[in-house]
Design a protein around this ligand. Structure first.
Ligand code: SF4
Length: 99
């Protein structure tokens, strides 16, 4: 079994929702710690975000808060984003490089 996959710490990850969510609840069922239903579509929970705001995170693009999810769930985000029928879930990870 390979252990070479890079698992990003949650606090280097940004998740946001762009326009077009059809409220199918796929992401909310799979990772309820991050996604929730909202008036205008899916939202990123404030409890999972550094800025504490609950909305689509489209403009803020706040990182996930350290400890909000475990490493396996962080890895699972890409699968969930890929399965979104509207392809409106965006996952971006900071570069691992640094001082
Ligand atoms: S999976 Fe996509 S379309 Fe479904 S609720 Fe989540 S963001 Fe909306």
């Amino acid at each position: 079994m390979s252990t070479n996959a890079t698992i990003a710490p949650p606090d280097t990850t940004r998740v946001w929702i762009s326009a077009g969510c059809i409220c199918c609840h796929w992401c909310q069922h799979l990772i309820p710690e991050v996604f929730q239903d909202g008036a205008g579509g899916c939202q990123i929970r404030g409890s999972a975000r550094e800025d504490g705001v609950t909305d689509d995170n489209l403009t803020e693009r706040s990182r996930l808060r350290s400890g909000a999810i475990d490493a396996k769930t962080e890895e699972f985000l890409s699968f969930v984003a890929g399965g979104c029928p509207s392809q409106v879930i965006h996952v971006e990870r900071d570069s691992a490089s640094g001082p």
